[in-house]
Design a protein around this ligand. Structure first.
Ligand code: T4K
Length: 371
């Protein structure tokens, strides 16, 4: 009997009863948006969970990135990795700035600080780094570069929900601003949504205002704002889901550990993310399929698909190879060897709470023996 398809991820959902209770409140109050009472409660609960004090909720991380860049008036060059989801570079363009690609570290697959330094010119205004797969960037080295060159340092933390550094502090407290995604495919979701983690209340309020058209009061509009507000409905989903996140991450860790143990002896396969690291969220389980493996990454991807196992090539193609970016001088493939290698070799295996162990063993069996 054929089994149902297994996708790279499947969202966790809050108990329907808990959402219905919140829906009843919304139906009574008729407050649907614009910083309503459920959003306020979600913001407070989220802050307590993440260990951060100042959060500006947004309707998705892409607009959160645009808002963060606009808040800091970034219209010049922004150094960023080409190995990421397209939203990272697209946000730079939507903010009115220009991406400049720098290569990644071949082991962590995060922006390589030494490569960042090489790309700095007198037009550079910011670094937009990505905590790829929730593995923290070298925040110390990037922070040092940003300070020495007077650059803003913004983190695309779309993958980094709940991730903590070695001291137990939220990784979202590094740099000037960090942006989380609560998209359906993430460790934690509000269907669509996101958050900007700000360093202080003043910045949080400025972000809230910029995301509410720049409105101060009924007759005062201070700046050319955008609408990035999260609705009460999305906030209700988040509020009801938050109590389940720890269990979901523990489940992910269990699945990741099984993958790691089962694949550790396979020649040519490297597990990209560490397991057993306190504060990791196991958002993806990327493997790098390199020399010594009997087939290439794409053949393994196709082989898994044959059995209805939908691993994904996050991130392929490289952003710098896409038509809207490939003519940039920094998109020259010769300068981005580690990013190119990652784009050609990485495959993200299905991982999500509730992944059937039978399906996981089917995936492992094919990765161990693809021919
Ligand atoms: N920065 C980074 C580094 C990011 O990775 C992302 C988003 C962003 C910024 C922007 O964040 P948001 O603006 O989205 O808040 C998905 C997601 O749509 C995207 O949010 C995510 N990164 C990216 C890595 O993955 P696709 O095009 O691969 O998604 P899709 O529709 O193929 O979904 C993958 C699988 O997930 C499906 O095969 C089935 C499952 N799925 C998906 C959805 C949407 C479900 O089971 N239920 C669902 O509702 O981009």
């Amino acid at each position: 009997m054929t089994r149902p398809p297994v996708y790279v991820t499947r969202p966790i959902l809050p108990p329907l009863d808990a959402v219905q209770d919140l829906m009843r409140e919304i139906w009574q109050s008729r407050i649907l948006s614009n910083g309503g009472p459920i959003l306020q409660r979600f913001e407070a609960a989220l802050g307590a969970y993440l260990g951060v004090d100042h959060i500006s909720l947004v309707n998705n991380a892409s607009l959160g990135l645009v808002l963060a860049l606009r808040h800091h008036g970034i219209t010049g060059e922004v150094i960023t990795p080409p190995f990421s989801f397209v939203a990272t570079s697209h946000a730079i363009r939507w903010a009115g700035a220009e991406p400049v690609f720098a290569d990644i570290d071949p082991v962590t697959l995060n922006l390589d600080p030494a490569e960042v330094e090489k790309r700095i010119t007198d037009r550079t205004q910011a670094i937009l780094a990505v905590h790829c797969y929730g593995v923290p960037c070298d925040t110390e080295a990037l922070g040092d570069i940003a300070r020495r060159h007077g650059l803003k340092l913004i983190y695309d933390a779309a993958h980094a929900f709940g991730v903590r550094d070695d001291s137990g502090r939220s990784v979202c407290l590094a740099g000037d601003l960090s942006i989380l995604s609560f998209h359906a495919t993430k460790v934690f979701n509000t269907f669509e949504g996101g958050a900007i983690i700000a360093p202080d209340r003043e910045t949080k309020l400025a972000l809230d205002r910029l995301g509410n058209y720049g409105i101060v009061d009924e007759t005062t509009v201070l700046e050319t704002g955008l609408n990035t507000k999260m609705s009460e409905l999305n906030a209700a989903v988040g509020l009801a889901l938050l109590p389940q996140v720890d269990e979901a991450i523990a489940d992910r860790e269990r699945i990741a550990t099984r993958y790691r143990d089962a694949l550790s002896g396979v020649a040519g396969v490297r597990a990209v993310c560490p397991t057993g690291r306190a504060g990791h969220n196991y958002y993806h389980f990327p493997i790098q399929v390199g020399p010594g493996y009997p087939v290439g990454r794409d053949a393994l991807y196709a082989r898994l698909r044959q059995d209805g196992l939908f691993a994904r090539r996050y991130f392929y193609p490289l952003i710098s190879d896409l038509p809207m970016y490939r003519d940039l001088p920094s998109a020259d493939p010769a300068a981005l060897p580690a990013a190119r290698q990652a784009a050609d070799q990485v495959l993200c295996l299905p991982i999500f709470p509730g992944l059937d162990p039978v399906d996981q063993e089917r995936i492992i069996a094919i990765v161990r023996s693809p021919c």
